[in-house]
Design a protein around this ligand. Sequence first.
Ligand SMILES: *[C@@H]1O[C@H](CO)[C@@H](O)[C@H](O)[C@H]1NC(C)=O
Ligand SMILES: *[C@@H]1O[C@H](CO)[C@@H](O)[C@H](O)[C@H]1NC(C)=O
Ligand SMILES: *[C@@H]1O[C@H](CO)[C@@H](O)[C@H](O)[C@H]1NC(C)=O
Ligand SMILES: *[C@@H]1O[C@H](CO)[C@@H](O)[C@H](O)[C@H]1NC(C)=O
Ligand SMILES: *[C@@H]1O[C@H](CO)[C@@H](O)[C@H](O)[C@H]1NC(C)=O
Ligand SMILES: *[C@@H]1O[C@H](CO)[C@@H](O)[C@H](O)[C@H]1NC(C)=O
Length: 427
Amino acid sequence: MLLIPLPAWLALGILQLPLSGSQECLNRQQALSVVRQMQKLLVAQEATHLQGIRGLRHQLSILQSHLQRAATKHNEICPQLAVPLNGRMLGRSLRVGHEVHFICDAGFRLVGSETRACRHNRTWSGTQPFCRSIDDCSSNPCANSGTCVDGNQSYTCLCPPGWSGPSCQSPIYSYWVTLSNTSFSRQPRCAEGRSGSRRCSCDTGFQLQPGGVCQDVDECQLYQSSPQTQICLHDCLNLPGSYRCLCPPGYLLHADRNACEDVNECTGKQHNCSQGDLCINTFGGHRCVRPKCPPPRHNTSYVKTSAFQCERNPCPMDSRACQLAASSISFHYLPLQANRTVPRVLFRMSTTRSLGDSLRFAIAGGHGRGVFAVRRSDRHTGELLLTSPVAGPATLEVEVEMSEFSHKVLLGKHIFKVTAFVSPYVF
Ligand SMILES: *[C@@H]1O[C@H](CO)[C@@H](O)[C@H](O)[C@H]1NC(C)=O
Ligand SMILES: *[C@@H]1O[C@H](CO)[C@@H](O)[C@H](O)[C@H]1NC(C)=O
Ligand SMILES: *[C@@H]1O[C@H](CO)[C@@H](O)[C@H](O)[C@H]1NC(C)=O
Ligand SMILES: *[C@@H]1O[C@H](CO)[C@@H](O)[C@H](O)[C@H]1NC(C)=O
Ligand SMILES: *[C@@H]1O[C@H](CO)[C@@H](O)[C@H](O)[C@H]1NC(C)=O
Ligand SMILES: *[C@@H]1O[C@H](CO)[C@@H](O)[C@H](O)[C@H]1NC(C)=O
């Protein structure tokens, strides 16, 4: 609260005059002088009084403006409102508790709140109104020469051929699709029929979509995922309107465009085998091998008689160890695809010059023993079998011993050293 100081004389209330009837009388001269003194005093008092009133009025007006300023300082007003286009706003006060009203010019009608009130939290009630043309077509809402038909608070656009959408803004046939690579979507070929009907078709490998666009058919996604419908032996690359089969390194796409053909690096001199090595073509590659006869041991030694064969040197007369050792060793390299079905005959063994009456076959060594087996197929022939599928890539080795008997007496032994190179692929 504001404190206003009051002049002291107002509180005093009375004047003390030197009048006293009970004592001696003043002469005329003296009395006049007293009257003049009192008149002077009154004038002075009057001036002081007026000054005080003026001061008080001033103080009160300061108080009033203070109180008014305090009210506006608290922002007791709502934000300014926009006057709608083709309309007016009635009421200027933005203070809390006040209302404003909106009206539209002739030919327009109000959409939104007709009245809005400034609420205590200094927000307006209702929504900002706007004035809409009573003729819905007056704003020419139809693009591309569409014909506007006025409706009840709405309009309808009749679009010319080739355009669609509420305002005829969408071309019916266009490249206008949200694909980053537009070569996978194309415009159809359309022909105008005699009756004004439109017939459209897409290029081979494309399909007409609801949006009127020819979309590439992803043959790879459609067919490649299932083994029953697979179109490529290995990999499939989708192309606009078609697809291409891909083969891994070491293969060439077969003339049928779907299968992969192994490249024979050994005949094509594409190998890097050093001199003295033998090139073995495998599925998807090649290997360089150099078959070696076993080193001499227990009076037994071998000599290379061909690229893939070793023969035992003659044994010392009384060396039983030598006589029990294999008389010949041959080397065999088998290229193999992954996951071949089993059982599968990989290799047949026989002897060209049979001296005895029976042959026995046995697996004698090698680290591929778990997936191989041997059996005799006839009197003079044995077979090496693959007994479980191999998921490549892998290199498997097995040693098969063929023993020849005559009247149950061992005549001689031969060793087949077999190496299988398994491809990483099933082809
Ligand atoms: C203001 O108050 C009204 C009710 O009086 C309420 O509906 C509105 O949400 C409030 N606005 C804000 C911003 O608090
Ligand atoms: C327009 O539609 C409103 C309801 O949406 C209806 O009340 C009014 O009678 C209609 N006016 C005409 C002229 O059809
Ligand atoms: C679209 O895809 C094709 C086929 O894959 C390709 O040749 C072309 O470069 C791609 N274009 C763009 C812009 O990515
Ligand atoms: C032969 O070439 C293959 C790749 O083609 C490579 O992995 C290998 O190391 C090469 N061998 C030699 C002996 O250079
Ligand atoms: C090697 O031959 C010699 C005689 O030539 C013989 O004395 C020796 O016992 C033989 N060694 C073996 C392991 O058979
Ligand atoms: C071979 O078969 C195994 C087991 O069924 C599988 O995991 C692997 O992918 C197959 N390999 C190939 C090249 O198909």
